[in-house]
Design a protein around this ligand. Structure first.
Ligand code: HSE
Length: 398
C-alpha cells in the first residue's frame, strides 16, 4: 500500500482524489501497489464531503508522517506551495504537481533536490493539462535535437479567439461569456495577456535546452487588442488568429515568444479550436509530431497528475533523470525573430506601405483601410521599416 497526501482540495485536487478512488484498480494494475490518499491539506472545511475524514490543516502532519512517501501539490502559486514542495522533497517524499508557476520559477532547484534524494519531482500537468508532453520530452523525444516547440497552450484565449472567429463576437463580449461559463478566471489577466502561456513555453524551452529559460526573458503579447477586423483579414488570407507560444532553435540559438499569430490552413495548429490545446514539436530526424487534447479542466488535469503518481511509484528508490540545470539560458533577442507580417493601414496612408518593402496587398472588405502582407523579416527590421508607417495593427504570420 502506498499512502499519498494531496495539498489543495480545489478543482484539480478534488479531481485527483476522485481518480485515485474511482480508478484504484487501474492504478494497482500499473504500479503493482494499492494507492491510497491518506491526507488532504486545505485551509477550508468541506462539510458533507467524505474528504472531511482525511482533511488536515497543518502541513507538518504530512511532513512528519513517514508513511507518506509521495505528495501531490495542486495548491497553485509560488508561496506556500514552494515551501511545502521543497520540504517534502528534502524529507525524501516524491512530489507530483500541476503548478506551472512553481515549475517555471523553481523547477531546476526542485529537480536537483529530487535527484540528490533519489526520489522524483514530476510536473506533467503543468503544461497542456491532460496532454502528455513533459514525459514524451523526457522519455520519447530524446534521440533528436528538437528545433521547434510551438503550441496553443492556453485554453481560455483559444476559446475566446475561436468564438470571435466563428461567431463574430468581439473580445469583451466573448470574455464575459467565458467567465460566466467558468472557462475564464474572474481576473483573466494571466490568460489574456499571455502570461500563462509564457510560463508554459518557458518550461518546455528549458527542458529542450537543459538550462533555465526565465519566463521574464520571453517576449509576451496577449490577445486583448485583437479585433473583428484582424479576424476578417485572417479569413481573407485563409488564416486563423491563434495565441501561439513558440520556441525555436536557429543555428544553435534558441528564441522564444508568445504572441497572436495568423496561422495558415495547412499548419497542424490551424484546426485547434475552443478550449483545446496542442503542442507541435519538430526535430530534423523526427519530423513533425503533435500532441492534442484538453489543456485544462478538473479531470483531464487530475488524470495527468495521477499518471505522474503512477510513474513516481514505479520509480520509488530511483530518480528519473531530467536534464534541466539551474544555469540560466540566454535566449536570443526577440528582435532577431523572423516572420512575415500582416499590416493594416488607413487608405490615406497606402503610399507609405512602400517603406515595408515588397509584399502584397489584401482587401478584407473593410471600408477605409487596406491590408499588406510583408515578406519575412526580423522584428528589428520590421520596427525600422515601419517607423514611419502609421499602421492600425500588425499581426505576425506563422
Ligand atoms: N488558465 C489556463 C488555460 C488553465 O486557460 O489554459 C490551464 O493552465
Amino acid at each position: 500500500m502506498v499512502k499519498i497526501a494531496v495539498l489543495g482540495y480545489g478543482t484539480v485536487g478534488s479531481g485527483v482524489v476522485e481518480i485515485v478512488n474511482k480508478n484504484s484498480d487501474v492504478l494497482t494494475r500499473h504500479t503493482g501497489e494499492e494507492i491510497q490518499v491518506k491526507y488532504v491539506l486545505d485551509l477550508r472545511e468541506f462539510p458533507g464531503d467524505p474528504v472531511q475524514e482525511i482533511l488536515v490543516h497543518d502541513f507538518n502532519i504530512i511532513l512528519e508522517d513517514p508513511e507518506v512517501r509521495l505528495v501531490v501539490e495542486v495548491m497553485g502559486g509560488t508561496g506556500a506551495a514552494y515551501e511545502f514542495v521543497k520540504k517534502s522533497l528534502l524529507a525524501g517524499k516524491s512530489v507530483c504537481t500541476s503548478n506551472k508557476a512553481l515549475v517555471a520559477k523553481y523547477g531546476p532547484e526542485l529537480i536537483r533536490i529530487a535527484r540528490e534524494k533519489k526520489i522524483n519531482f514530476f510536473y506533467e500537468a503543468s503544461v497542456g493539462g491532460g496532454i502528455p508532453i513533459i514525459r514524451p520530452l523526457i522519455n520519447s523525444l530524446t534521440a533528436d535535437r528538437i528545433d521547434e516547440i510551438s503550441g496553443i497552450l492556453n485554453g481560455t484565449t483559444n476559446y475566446i479567439l475561436t468564438k470571435m472567429t466563428y461567431e463574430g463576437q468581439d473580445f469583451d463580449t466573448v470574455l464575459k461569456e467565458a467567465q460566466a461559463l467558468g472557462y475564464a478566471e474572474a481576473n483573466p489577466e494571466a490568460d489574456v495577456e499571455g502570461y500563462d502561456a509564457c510560463r508554459k513555453i518557458a518550461i518546455l524551452s528549458s527542458m529542450n535546452c537543459g538550462k533555465q529559460v526565465d519566463f521574464e526573458d520571453i517576449y509576451t503579447e496577449g490577445i486583448t487588442k485583437i479585433t473583428q477586423a484582424d479576424i476578417a483579414y485572417g479569413k481573407a488570407m485563409g488564416c486563423a488568429v491563434k495565441l501561439l507560444a513558440r520556441s525555436k532553435v536557429i543555428d544553435g540559438q534558441m528564441y522564444a515568444m508568445v504572441a497572436p499569430f495568423l496561422i495558415r490552413k495547412d499548419h497542424p495548429l490551424y484546426n485547434i479550436n475552443g478550449v483545446f490545446n496542442a503542442v507541435f514539436v519538430h526535430g530534423p530526424a523526427l519530423g513533425d509530431v503533435m500532441f492534442y487534447g484538453s489543456g485544462a479542466g478538473k479531470l483531464p488535469t487530475a488524470a495527468a497528475v495521477v499518471a505522474d503518481v503512477v510513474e513516481a511509484v514505479r520509480h520509488f528508490g530511483c530518480n528519473v533523470l531530467i536534464d534541466w540545470s539551474e544555469e540560466t539560458y540566454e535566449l536570443g533577442s526577440a528582435d532577431q525573430f523572423s516572420c512575415a507580417y500582416l499590416v493594416r493601414v488607413a487608405e490615406a496612408d497606402e503610399e507609405k506601405l512602400g517603406a515595408l518593402g515588397s509584399g502584397r496587398k489584401i482587401d478584407a472588405g473593410i471600408d477605409g483601410e487596406i491590408g499588406f502582407i510583408t515578406e519575412t523579416m526580423t522584428e528589428e527590421e520590421f520596427a525600422r521599416r515601419a517607423a514611419d508607417v502609421p499602421y492600425i495593427s500588425r499581426i505576425r504570420i506563422a
